[in-house]
Design a binder for this molecule. Sequence first.
Ligand code: CP
Length: 306
Amino acid sequence: MRHLLSTRDLSLDDALLVLDTAEYMATVADRSVKKLPTLRGRTVVNLFFEDSTRTRTSFELAAKRLSADVINFSVRGSSVSKGESLKDTAQTLEAMGADAVVCRHPASGAPHRLAAWVRGSVLNAGDGIHEHPTQALLDAFTIRRRLGRIEGLSVTIVGDVLHSRVARSNVWLLSTLGAAVTVVAPPTLVPVGVEQWPVTVSYDLDAVLPGSDVVMMLRVQRERMTAAFFPTEREYARRYGLDADRLAAMPLSALVMHPGPMVRGMEIASDVADSTRSTVVEQVANGVSVRMAVLYLLLGGTREVP
Ligand code: CP
């Protein structure tokens, strides 16, 4: 595998290899080994055309922990503001020796285009409403660490499914890993064509919570929607928000997940987000191990766990 563009491209063996390699990376970190020499002499470029806190920072940390050089390319202050195209930008960075380009872009499919233009590896760090594969991999890693398995679990993904690249990547990956996925959303935030996805669709959160092993809340992406899509905040919270009463309706062992950033008080209540059942902070920490694994495997690791 040269690129990581979509979790749909991952076979069960591919997905398990990433998760097992990430486990190794986490173990190394737990032993206080700060750096591995694996990618010494390699260069990773973070090419972000959209804002990010978690993904950009953790890709940078992951690359540095593997001893790679990292260039953080910021669109603001670059020649993109003068109209330079994605292709010219990427080829300019490659001419300077980039071995991998980590790309976040508002246009769905942009990293796929990029992969056709550059010789190095392209890692999709979130493209429009399409996919966010490393988020799904770190979510799967978090579930497996907490619950010991993924196969046979019932995972419920709740909220703005229409605009969520996190939901799409998780649906494909978790299905490959053997979970049963249900998506719950207001009717206006369910994507056209969802019947082609390997999921059950529900509009009734209260009906599915008692049977869920994992409840993954999504951010409501107001920046991607017009008013017509959206119920009032109060109405949304009442029907689709995860509050203490709904947490109590879930099995005691069930996890609450959120990829962040969270809109507290609407999609998730603060006491739920901060509860011991929530994996929000763990997900962020696990993101570093998972991104180390992906960089390692794409940039010259063997097919074996090191
Ligand atoms: N979950 C996620 O992609 O967060 P950022 O937008 O902060 O990278």
